[in-house]
Design a protein around this ligand. Structure first.
Ligand code: CUA
Length: 159
C-alpha cells in the first residue's frame, strides 16, 4: 500500500521537476535562437587584437537587414557597451551578439534568461536572441575574472 503511495508521490515530483526545467529553459518570452558555440576563426583576433575586426573598434549596435548586430567588448571589469551605457535593442527582431575580450575569460549572461555564453580571449562568442517584449535585462559576468568580478555587470534595454 504505502509503496504504491510513495511511488505515486515521487512520480509527481519528477514530473514537477521536469516541468520546472522546461519552464526555466523557455523562460519569459525570450529565445536563444542560435548558439554557434563561440568560436569563429580565432586567427582573426590572434593576440587579442580584437580591434582588427571591424565594429569591435567601435563596439555598439549596428543595423542589419532583418535585425541588429551588437558588438561588445568585455574586459576587467566592464562591458562596453553595457556597463556605462545600456545596450539598446529592438523587440521582435533577431539580435545577434558578438562578444570578445582582450584580457581574461569572462561570461555573458542575461539575468533570468537562458542567454549565457563564455567569452574567451582570442575568440568571438556569437549568439542570436529574439526578445518578444520590451524590458530590461541585467548582464552578468558569470566567470570569475579577478578581484572586480562581482562588480562586472551591465544592462540590455529592449525597446
Ligand atoms: Cu568578468 Cu567575471
Amino acid at each position: 500500500r504505502f509503496e504504491r503511495l510513495w511511488f505515486g508521490a515521487s512520480l509527481v515530483l519528477v514530473v514537477a521537476f521536469i516541468g520546472t526545467i522546461i519552464y526555466g529553459a523557455v523562460g519569459p518570452g525570450i529565445a536563444m535562437v542560435d548558439d554557434s558555440g563561440g568560436t569563429v576563426d580565432p586567427s582573426v583576433i590572434a593576440d587579442g587584437d580584437y580591434e582588427s575586426v571591424d565594429n569591435f573598434r567601435e563596439p555598439g549596435v549596428y543595423d542589419t537587414e532583418d535585425g541588429v548586430d551588437v558588438y561588445v567588448v568585455a574586459r576587467q571589469y566592464l562591458f562596453q557597451p553595457g556597463t556605462s551605457e545600456a545596450i539598446r535593442v529592438p523587440a521582435g527582431e533577431p539580435v545577434t551578439f558578438h562578444v570578445t575580450t582582450p584580457d581574461v575569460t569572462h561570461g555573458f549572461n542575461l539575468a533570468g534568461t537562458n542567454v549565457n555564453s563564455m567569452v574567451i580571449p582570442g575568440q568571438i562568442a556569437e549568439f542570436t536572441v529574439t526578445f518578444d517584449e520590451t524590458g530590461k535585462y541585467g548582464i552578468v559576468c558569470h566567470e570569475y575574472c579577478g578581484s572586480g568580478h562581482h562588480t562586472m555587470e551591465g544592462q540590455v534595454v529592449v525597446v
